[in-house]
Design a protein around this ligand. Structure first.
Ligand code: C5P
Length: 233
């Protein structure tokens, strides 16, 4: 599989297994990873992972954003690994919690700071002024996440360059909020094009509506993969 194809993660933000299967069948020749979010997982249950693999998904990204005490996080991560998912998200604020845990092929990605949070939200949550800064807090949490045994982070493309410098060349840096030039923004604000994100240091990009709502979804996905190939050269 080409590197560009492996870098594209398609967000299956749909509620039914039949819609998700349809997208996997249509796009699995173009994109390497399919993301199952809370909506699809809650609606369809763990069996959706096997269903989508059988439909042709080369890799599954289970975006559950786990957040709990260490014992529960470890147990939940282990169960997700047994489902055969390739990527799993968690919130990770405790160093060492995944150390020594054998998750097989499953790579843990830490959500640093949700992109829906801005400085005033962090201040209201009790962060002191020097930490009520999403980019700064994201960097501190990214260091903790790697110490915790995570393989990488999910962050805005605007933070990718800083994260790459901080975490080194082998960390996974996964960026949502991607919009091809001239595409509609929907509810995303701080967006980047696929090319900009890869050049900034992203290892993977997450794209949902710009593909799923395109007039020709396969052509839209292919155009993104071609842009990623050019950025890789
Ligand atoms: O449709 P769109 O390309 O905006 O979809 C982005 C996907 O990435 C959604 O599934 C959303 O849940 C996810 N995501 C995000 N921002 C984050 C983390 C995940 O948009 N910070």
């Amino acid at each position: 599989m080409s590197t560009a194809k492996q870098r594209l993660m398609v967000a299956l933000d749909v509620p039914t297994a039949s819609e998700a299967q349809k997208w996997v069948r249509e796009l699995s020749g173009i994109a390497g990873v399919f993301k199952v979010g809370l909506e699809l997982f809650v609606a369809q249950g763990p069996g959706i992972v096997k269903t989508l693999k059988q439909a042709g998904a080369a890799a599954i990204f289970l975006d559950l954003k786990l957040h709990d005490i260490p014992a529960t996080m470890r147990a939940a991560a282990k169960q997700a690994a047994e489902l055969g998912v390739d990527f799993l998200t968690c919130h990770c604020e405790q160093a060492g919690i995944f150390k020594g845990l054998d998750l097989g092929q499953t790579k843990l990605l830490a959500v640093t700071v949700l992109t829906s949070l801005e400085a005033p939200d962090l201040a209201r949550m009790g962060y002191a002024p020097e930490l009520a800064n999403p980019a700064k807090l994201a960097q501190l949490r990214a260091e903790l996440a790697l110490e915790a045994g995570c393989h990488g982070v999910v962050c805005s493309g605007h933070e990718a360059a800083g994260m790459r410098g901080l975490l080194g060349g082998s960390a996974l840096i996964v960026c949502p909020g991607i919009r091809p030039a001239a595409a509609e923004l929907h509810d995303q604000k701080r967006v980047m094009t696929p090319r900009q994100a890869i050049l900034a240091g992203a290892s993977h990009i997450v794209v949902g509506r710009p593909i799923l709502q395109a007039e020709n979804p396969a052509a839209a996905a292919l155009a993104i993969v071609k842009e990623l190939q050019q950025a890789d050269r």
